[in-house]
Write a protein that binds this ligand. Structure first.
Ligand code: CTP
Ligand code: MG
Length: 190
């Protein structure tokens, strides 16, 4: 294990996870309108709540996929033949979709759990608020592209990159939430 190998692993893990990090923020911007659960309840409690909307889900998913495609275009400008880690070309869109949709799926799973625990929309749920999207993204991507997930996040020294990325996600999530709150885009700073 040499230091350059570890640094490369860290950079790869952060880079390929960007399409999973943006959808939650774009959902805040394009969200609104019809809720995903259509206002329905389960045992008297909202299934997901008004904070999860179709516009947020669709806009957020598209933003992650489009950004990912731009990242692939950018990396090919620099002559990279491996698309900076998104695997064989024809799997790229699928992987990007899984990362992006998975993030919002995890976000919905988080809201589902919050509602079951009687935690109202927008109320704080430590760890769940910061990591539900990471869980969802890895869950969906691993179901459809297990080999890509293994070779990108586990193999060689990449598992070290994964751990560093997961710690970084917490700080990024906190910073972006506070920023969104100060800019008046988000109702709460978490
Ligand atoms: N949003 C959306 N659709 C989504 C995800 C998010 O419209 N699929 C928008 C909503 O306006 C939401 C905001 O982004 O209020 C912030 O997202 P988040 O913090 O995940 O939702 P909360 O309102 O905090 O609701 P919850 O308690 O269910 O997490
Ligand atoms: Mg919230």
């Amino acid at each position: 294990m040499d230091i350059m190998e570890i640094v490369t692993s860290i950079l790869i893990c952060i880079w390929v996870f960007i399409p999973a990090m943006v959808p939650n923020s774009t959902a805040v911007i394009c969200g609104g309108g019809t809720p995903v659960d259509f206002g329905k309840t389960l045992k008297g409690k909202r299934i997901l709540g008004d904070g999860k909307t179709w516009r947020g889900l669709i806009g957020g998913t598209l933003s992650g996929v489009i950004l990912g495609l731009l990242m692939i275009g950018l990396s090919s400008l620099f002559g990279s033949t491996d698309y900076w880690g998104f695997g064989p070309f024809w799997d790229n869109v699928g992987i990007l979709f899984c990362l992006s949709f998975g993030a919002l799926f995890g976000d919905m799973l988080g809201s589902f759990i919050k509602r079951r625990l009687d935690i109202g929309r927008g109320k704080k749920a430590p760890l769940l608020d910061q990591y539900d999207f990471v869980f969802g993204s890895f869950l969906i991507t691993t179901i459809f592209y297990p080999n890509w997930v293994y070779s990108t996040f586990i193999a060689g020294t990449n598992w070290i990159g994964l751990i560093v990325m997961l710690v970084l996600v917490w700080f990024i999530h906190r910073s972006v939430s506070i920023l969104g709150y100060k800019m008046g885009l988000k109702n709460e700073p978490w």
